[in-house]
Design a binder for this molecule. Structure first.
Ligand code: GLN
Length: 252
């Protein structure tokens, strides 16, 4: 795995937070790379030292993993990373069970579920970290989205053919106030188990919703340092105004 550890990190600050981006080449569509950039920038602004590891197929995961992100991709990208994901699956399941925060968007959300059956009928097994199952459809679900979630309103953009069903005990990430969400019928969007969040929202989701970014960073900071998250006050006025505009425009 490559790492962008700076030559002179300027001291340890409040501690290092090791962030793993799964499959940035194959699974990073609609600007999802922005989630990693947002996390790294906010981790630094909160006084911690971000260490970003890009995980490519065939590589080993780093020894320290405090936060894991994955993005969307085409069905073909999902087929390409499937074997590698199974190879590192036990470690990811252990990390998730230990409380490591993870954010999986769209295609990677589907692969963190039980299975993704493509529109051609090919079944890709998932990690089963989230109790969800997805079937591809001819008709795509596309458009802007507004959700109610535990971290308040969340805005974003969805574009998926996969229709996802939650298992009986599986909590969603949010409730759809505008858009289609998991399947366009039950009003749920994404899934959340402990510190693992799956969602269809691109945007990318984190720069558009800083409260969600800081929730993940807070969990990661506690995991990494053993101390409560000690955030700085950041100026998120631009993101807040953009989010409110989108909520007003779509719910009016
Ligand atoms: N291929 C998947 C789908 O269309 C994922 C799409 C995505 O990640 N944007 O459902």
């Amino acid at each position: 795995a490559g790492s962008d550890r700076p030559a002179d990190p300027g001291g340890e600050g409040k501690g290092e937070i090791h962030l793993v981006h799964l499959y940035p080449r194959e699974m990073s569509i609609y600007g999802d790379l922005g989630n990693t950039r947002c996390l790294a920038a906010r981790i630094r602004r909160h006084g911690y030292v971000p260490v970003v590891h890009q995980h490519h197929p065939g590589a080993e995961l780093p020894a320290q993993v405090d936060l894991v992100v994955g993005g969307g991709g085409q069905d073909s990208g999902q087929v390409t990373v499937e074997d590698d994901l199974e190879r590192i699956g036990d470690r990811l399941r252990e990390l998730a069970a230990a409380g490591t925060p993870m954010l999986m968007i769209c295609g990677m959300y589907q692969l963190f579920g039980n299975a993704f059956v493509t529109v051609e009928g090919k079944s890709l097994p998932g990690l089963g970290i989230l109790d969800v199952t997805t079937h591809g459809n001819e008709k795509r679900m596309i458009g802007p989205v507004v959700l109610s979630t535990d971290v308040g309103d969340v805005v974003g953009y969805e574009n998926h053919s996969g229709s996802t069903t939650l298992g009986a005990g599986q909590a969603p990430f949010g409730r759809v106030r505008h858009g289609l969400g998991n399947n366009g019928t039950d009003g749920t969007e994404g899934a959340r188990s402990g510190h693992v969040i799956g969602s269809y929202l691109h945007g990318p989701i984190l720069p558009a919703n800083p409260a969600l970014a800081d929730t993940l960073i807070g969990w990661a900071a506690e995991q990494a340092t053993g101390h409560p998250f000690a955030p700085e006050t950041l100026d998120d006025e631009v993101a807040r105004q953009a989010q409110q505009r989108q909520v007003r425009r779509l719910l009016a």
